[in-house]
Design a protein around this ligand. Structure first.
Ligand code: HPA
Length: 272
């Protein structure tokens, strides 16, 4: 079966269930799925019931689509995402974004937990993603290009929409919330980076590191969607502080900032 056929099947499965057409896609990272609980009159579709959707396996990711109204916008939220380190292909990891586009979504807000490389950052900070570096050296656009999905050669010079970045900055000012801006660097994981890798990232201008987001953003840009990326700095990256890294710390920090994260994204939704 071709990618196009899979997208069509999955899209019609979801369309038959949904009462309303979603306008904004939300991809919720580790510990950030709580935002989906804010959605009004939600329709919930578990990933394991959706044709061609892989099943998310990692702790802190529920694995369901939650669709409904949030701050006056019809949203489709992914509570839990797929990671390359789980063994899925780049195409599988980014497949839900293809489906979002086919459902009529043109704006996607991508969130994640990330390690802070910029030493001015603190755990618990939220960072607007301005740009990214792909340290996985693979991507979901390799292979046959379907012109109906997007162009062969994708311009990544404005991958993170400038207008959405401006709105996100304005909203932060409005609610008197400190927000950071920076470059997200994608490693495949699942191991955390070495201190030497983090020194390299710092040297080349990365501000945060993480194991997600970039494949989804590449597909979103390929399909002509506007992207806003928000990282929750859950820990300082390897070698910065003299302490071990753990997934528990990541979840603990996202728990700590969840109220702030929820109100921030809700305010952004009001303005887009
Ligand atoms: N490195 C990579 N991914 C992460 C980190 C990190 O330090 N923290 C949360 N996700």
């Amino acid at each position: 079966m071709t990618l196009i056929e899979k997208i069509e099947q999955t899209t019609s499965y979801i369309q038959e269930i949904l009462r309303e057409k979603p306008k904004v896609g939300l991809i919720l990272g580790s510990g950030l799925g709580v935002l989906a609980d804010e959605i009004n009159s939600p329709q919930i579709i578990p990933y394991n019931e959706i044709p061609h959707f892989p099943i998310s396996t990692i702790e802190g990711h529920a694995g369901e689509l939650v669709c409904g109204e949030l701050k006056g916008k019809q949203v489709l939220a992914m509570k839990g995402r797929f990671h390359y380190y789980e063994g899925y292909s780049m195409e599988e990891v980014s497949f839900p974004v293809r489906v979002m586009k086919a459902l009529g979504i043109n704006t996607v807000i991508v969130t994640n937990a990330a390690g802070g490389v910029n030493t001015e950052f603190d755990p618990g900070d939220l960072m607007i993603i301005e740009d990214h570096i792909n340290f996985a050296f693979s991507n979901p656009l390799i292979g046959k290009n379907y012109n109906e999905l997007g162009e062969r050669f994708t311009d990544m010079s404005n991958a993170y929409d400038k207008g959405l970045i401006r709105i996100a900055e304005e909203v932060a000012k409005l609610i008197r919330m400190k927000v950071r801006k920076g470059t997200y660097t994608f490693f495949t994981g699942p191991m955390y980076e070495t201190p030497a890798e983090i020194r390299l990232v710092k040297f080349i201008g990365g501000d945060a590191v993480g194991m997600s987001t970039v494949p989804e953003v590449m597909v979103a840009v390929h399909s002509g969607m506007k992207v806003l990326g928000i990282s929750c700095i859950s820990n300082m990256a390897a070698g910065i502080l003299n302490q071990p890294l753990s997934h528990d710390e990541v979840i603990e920090t996202t728990q700590m900032v969840k109220t702030q994260f929820i109100s921030y994204i809700k305010q952004i939704l009001l303005k887009i």
